[in-house]
Design a protein around this ligand. Structure first.
Ligand code: ZN
Length: 90
């Protein structure tokens, strides 16, 4: 198992939930990736190399403060991406 940033899956699932809840902006892959990249750049990475480490970090991710931080940075990122969309128009 390679080293990876556990926050990546946390941000992805937070974003999926957000989109599913009735987000009215663009949800194309490009915008989604842009939002994720901006959000992750604002947060301190939580790297894991093992499944045990992953479980530990995921438990930590359930802490309220970290959830608040993720949602806060995600909201900022969404605003930025909405104003500077990189995707092709249909
Ligand atoms: Zn888009």
């Amino acid at each position: 198992m390679a080293v990876y940033n556990v926050l990546e899956s946390a941000v992805r699932s937070a974003l999926d939930d957000f989109f599913a809840a009735g987000y009215d902006g663009c949800t194309c892959d490009q915008c989604k990736s842009d939002i994720m990249a901006i959000t992750l750049n604002q947060l301190r990475p939580q790297y894991s190399a093992t499944q045990t480490g992953e479980a530990f970090i995921k438990a930590k991710l359930m802490s309220d403060q970290l959830k608040i931080d993720i949602l806060h940075e995600m909201a900022n990122a969404i605003e930025i991406v909405q104003k500077n969309q990189h995707h092709r128009n249909n």
